[in-house]
Ligand binder design. Structure first.
Ligand code: C2E
Ligand code: MG
Ligand code: MG
Ligand code: MG
Length: 280
């Protein structure tokens, strides 16, 4: 019922604060129940090497079926999951599921593909977060370097010390760290050097700026910054050939976007990998 109202949520938002609150509570209740009933899905979007276009990894992205053949956008339900605290358990499932899939990939002969997972601030506030990540890796017998954690600038700014400490420990353990949607948040440059980062994800909005015959100053500046800090860069939201070639010229290393593939269920990812074989 609450989920159905999403389609006309503009109207819904125009209503009173009270009905907004009711809507939020309904959504949270539904999310909790669907999560408990294992209705949430983790889809995967391939990440490729820009030059060779070989798959190097994938990002796990949550999908919440709306019960009518569609999906509710993570942009809508992730904030609710964070607000309600549900994200701690959901995020834990995402971590464990990703590690199980890493194992399946390895068993299928794809032993060098990494999986990236988005982490929210309430997960860092959980005292057992570091331990939980390690346990997920141990339980599925995965190489820590094949797991990458994605955090946004706002996660760092919220709790700098907690986040830096947790990530430093995990990085020592071998886990990869990427900064997501880079350039869209307000980050203090000093944190860029305090965080044990491996990769910088150039936000889709800067890639979108790339148009034929025009320069994309922000995309260029971000790739340069990443390279100067010794980080690998990955372009998000690459939809057009010219965006890919421009990013190559800037010195960006990897890409993710509809030009290559949309997020898809694991079974579909397996056939995608089969068709775009990563082994020479
Ligand atoms: P994100 O981590 O920045 O993920 C990239 C988003 O860009 C995904 O949206 C993906 O489907 C979309 N995308 C990828 N390539 C293209 C493209 O070429 N064009 C366009 N227009 N879009 C593209 P999605 O799946 O809707 O996820 C939205 C956000 O929700 C994610 O942004 C992430 O912040 C959050 N999210 C998703 N799954 C999780 C999760 O498991 N945990 C947490 N904490 N957040 C999640
Ligand atoms: Mg991400
Ligand atoms: Mg992103
Ligand atoms: Mg995003």
């Amino acid at each position: 019922r609450a989920k159905k109202n999403l389609s006309d949520n503009h109207e819904y938002y125009a209503k009173s604060i009270e009905s907004q609150t009711t809507w939020r509570l309904d959504m949270i209740r539904q999310l909790r129940s669907d999560f408990i009933n294992r209705k949430l899905q983790l889809w995967y979007q391939p990440q490729v090497d820009l030059v060779s276009e070989k798959v190097v990894g994938m990002e796990g992205l949550l999908r919440w079926p709306d019960g009518e053949g569609g999906y509710i956008s993570p942009a809508v339900f992730i904030p609710l999951a964070e607000y309600s605290g549900l994200i701690v358990d959901i995020g834990q499932w995402v971590l464990e599921e990703s590690c199980r899939k890493l194992k399946e990939l390895k068993e299928a002969g794809y032993d060098n593909l990494r999986v990236a997972v988005n982490i929210s601030i309430p997960q860092f506030r959980d005292r057992h977060f570091v331990e939980k990540v390690k346990n997920a890796l141990i339980a599925s017998d995965c190489d820590p370097s094949l797991l990458e954690l994605e955090i946004t600038e706002s996660v760092v700014m919220d709790e700098p010390q907690i986040v830096i400490d947790a990530l430093t420990t995990l990085k020592e353990y071998g886990v990869g760290i990427a900064i997501d949607d880079f350039g869209t948040g307000f980050s203090s440059m000093s944190y860029l050097q305090k965080l044990p980062l491996d990769r910088l994800k150039v936000d889709r909005s800067f890639v979108k700026d790339i148009q034929p015959g025009k320069s994309a100053v922000l995309a260029e500046t971000i790739v340069t910054l990443g390279n100067k800090l010794g980080l690998l860069t990955i372009a998000e939201g690459v939809e057009k050939r010219e965006q890919a070639s421009y990013m190559i010229k800037l010195g960006c290393v990897e890409a993710q976007g509809y030009l290559y593939a949309k997020p898809m269920p694991f079974e579909a990812l397996m056939s995608y990998l089969h068709d775009h074989s990563t082994t020479e």
